[in-house]
Design a protein around this ligand. Structure first.
Ligand code: DON
Length: 308
């Protein structure tokens, strides 16, 4: 079926109807950040926006949730836009095959994170943004512009991240020791904890990701946010590194550039077609939404929309 004549609203309604009976049957809500541990797992939302501005949404698609690591796509976008190729002097582009908060590779690879989507890489990106100016304001400004709503940080989640982020503090200090960070680790971590604590709903995330299916053009006004080549590279990194040590399994089952967060959201891109976001808070052992992944599998099976 051609995407142009797909009934996206009907498809998302059907996926919602298939997923809802499964709520609470698998996975566990992230427990290592107290503010996330309190979120009910009995929630599921899905939303998409096509390149030509058609939208569809179902389930709890208007409920705000903590976007967590999905924020790393947008900080990477800001850093690529302002630093270009020099960003890669301090950050790699290979999948890590390790949990997102692992410290192991940093020692053998002399403080250079494998990619911008593991925690170490995102902290290194936050450092570069901080060197450029008011990183938190830049991130919120970008997201608000991309989705057309005023986006905010949930202060309770940000505080909870800071209170429990001992591994992130270790990563930041370790990288500072190797010279990967310019700034004081505590200032860099403040940016990182706050970007993870941004609250958005599925429809807002689907809209915000719109530039990634439009060759880097802003989803509303079409102005170039990043170049076509840069957008292709962000999508490539999402496909290979966006779901951590499950990236191979996501490529195998879904075949779309995806980025997950431990709040239970997963954003996905169908290049030249649409951007979408699914959310359900219970996570599988790799830190990816258990039912979110299933919903994406159902979407690809139903529509045939995959890069492969
Ligand atoms: O650094 C952390 O532990 C979290 N604030 C963000 C991690 C995250 O979402 C990784 N994702 N799947």
């Amino acid at each position: 079926m051609l995407p142009e004549i797909m009934d996206f609203q009907g498809i998302l309604d059907d996926i919602n109807a298939q997923i809802r009976p499964l709520l609470g049957t698998g996975g566990r809500v992230a427990s290592y950040i107290p503010a996330l541990a309190r979120v009910s797992p009995h929630q599921f939302g899905i939303a998409l926006r096509t390149c030509d501005g058609q939208e569809a949404a179902a389930g709890d698609s208007a409920t705000p949730f903590s976007i967590q690591s999905m924020s790393k796509v947008f900080t990477l976008t800001l850093a690529i836009r302002s630093l270009g190729e020099t960003l890669w002097h301090r950050i790699g582009r290979e999948p890590s095959g390790s949990p997102f908060n692992s410290l192991v590779q940093l020692e053998t690879e002399r403080g250079i994170p494998r990619n911008p989507f593991i925690n170490a890489g995102a902290i290194a990106v936050a450092d570069r943004l901080l060197t450029q100016g008011d990183a938190k304001a830049e991130i919120l400004g970008l997201l608000s512009s991309l989705c057309g709503d005023s986006i905010r940080i949930d202060p309770e989640v940000a505080q909870s991240e800071a209170d429990t982020g001992f591994r992130n503090a270790a990563l930041a200090n370790f990288m500072k020791g190797f010279g990967t960070l310019d700034n004081d680790p505590s200032h860099v971590l403040d940016v990182y904890f706050n970007q993870c604590a941004i609250a958005m709903n599925c429809l807002q995330v689907a809209r915000a990701a719109g530039y990634l299916c439009r060759d880097g053009a802003h989803p509303y006004d079409g102005s170039p946010l990043i170049s076509e080549t840069q957008a292709r590279r962000v999508n490539a990194l999402m496909l290979t590194c966006g779901t951590y040590d499950a990236a191979g399994e996501f490529a195998f089952r879904i075949g779309l550039p995806c980025k997950s967060g431990v709040g239970g959201g997963i954003m996905a891109v169908v290049p030249d077609r649409l951007s979408l976001c699914v959310w359900s808070p219970a996570l599988d052992p790799t830190g990816n939404s258990h039912l979110g992944r299933l919903a994406l599998e159902l979407f690809v099976a139903r529509t045939g929309l995959s890069v492969f």
